[in-house]
Design a protein around this ligand. Structure first.
Ligand code: HPA
Length: 273
């Protein structure tokens, strides 16, 4: 058996020794957005460190655990902290949690992240529904032998972010009086922030926001058959746009400030699923 599939199977067996919970919705919580997990009626938590072979995050502000429980009547699993390619993990490890949550039963995936705003109309603190992505600046998580048990060799990427879910998110925003942007998210490998020249290039390519995650997860998720939607928290204006240097502190501060709206939106949205 392919080593990637064998590792996925081993992690699945491992986690099934700790919980038999079957989530319907999986949520990946981005930098500074982990507090949403407090809205979950938790049944159990599993630390990434307790799953043998599972990659765990080294980033400040990322807790590194799965929370299993309910939002309303909906069984969910939330990742408090994700792993990033820039931490040195193979792309197949970076997307292993996505595949694992699908194995555990999740059918819908909600990806969230902190991102730099590239669109001139965006402000720091905005929430953006991800309508499409640009993956060309990071390696594909599907490189290598295809895992047929997960999905097809050449998956279609025409509508990665399910239009019906995007619409539902927009409706929840309207209902709650939370203004939502829409746009295209571009993933870099990081860990360095972009240069102003790179941001100008990304803008000319059609990107509205930039970050160091999410797209590889969305590709792996599309491959293994999830319904997907995504929300970016615009934590800062991208390099060269505000005249200030970029910092992880600013990213965390803004995510903290927007946390309440973000959590309200997500809670309302999930309870409609
Ligand atoms: N660039 C890349 N990743 C990010 C940014 C940014 O400006 N803000 C938050 N994550």
């Amino acid at each position: 058996m392919n080593a990637v599939e064998a590792k996925l199977n081993a992690c699945y067996e491992n986690i099934r020794k700790l919980t038999d919970f079957e989530p319907r919705v999986a949520i990946v919580l981005g930098s500074g957005l982990g507090d949403f997990a407090e809205n979950i009626k938790a049944v159990c938590a599993v630390s990434y460190r307790d799953i043998e072979g599972f990659p765990h995050s080294t980033v400040q502000g990322h807790k590194g655990q799965f929370i299993f429980g309910y939002i309303g009547d909906v069984p969910v699993v939330a990742m408090q902290g994700r792993v990033h390619y820039y931490e040195g993990y193979a792309m197949t490890d970076v997307v292993l949690p996505i595949r694992l949550m699908r194995r555990l039963g999740a059918q819908t995936l909600i990806l969230t992240n902190a991102a730099g705003g590239i669109n001139f109309d965006f402000s720091c603190g905005d929430l953006m529904i991800i309508k499409d992505h640009i993956s060309s600046f990071a390696p594909s998580p599907l490189l290598g032998e295809n895992i047929e048990s997960l999905g097809t060799r050449f998956p279609d990427m025409t509508a990665v972010y399910e239009p019906a879910l995007c619409e539902k998110l927009a409706e929840c925003g309207k209902k709650l009086g939370i203004a939502l942007r829409e746009g295209v998210y571009l993933q870099t490998t990081g860990p360095q922030y972009e240069s102003p020249a790179e941001i100008r290039m990304f803008r000319s390519l059609g990107a509205d926001a930039v970050g160091m995650s999410t797209v590889c997860e969305a590709i792996a998720a599309r491959h293994c058959g999830y319904k997907i939607c995504g929300i970016s928290c615009i934590t800062n204006l991208a390099a060269g746009m505000s005249g200030k240097p970029l910092s992880h502190e600013e990213v965390k501060e803004t995510a903290d400030r927007v946390g309440r709206n973000f959590s309200a939106l997500l809670t309302d949205f999930i309870s409609t699923l």
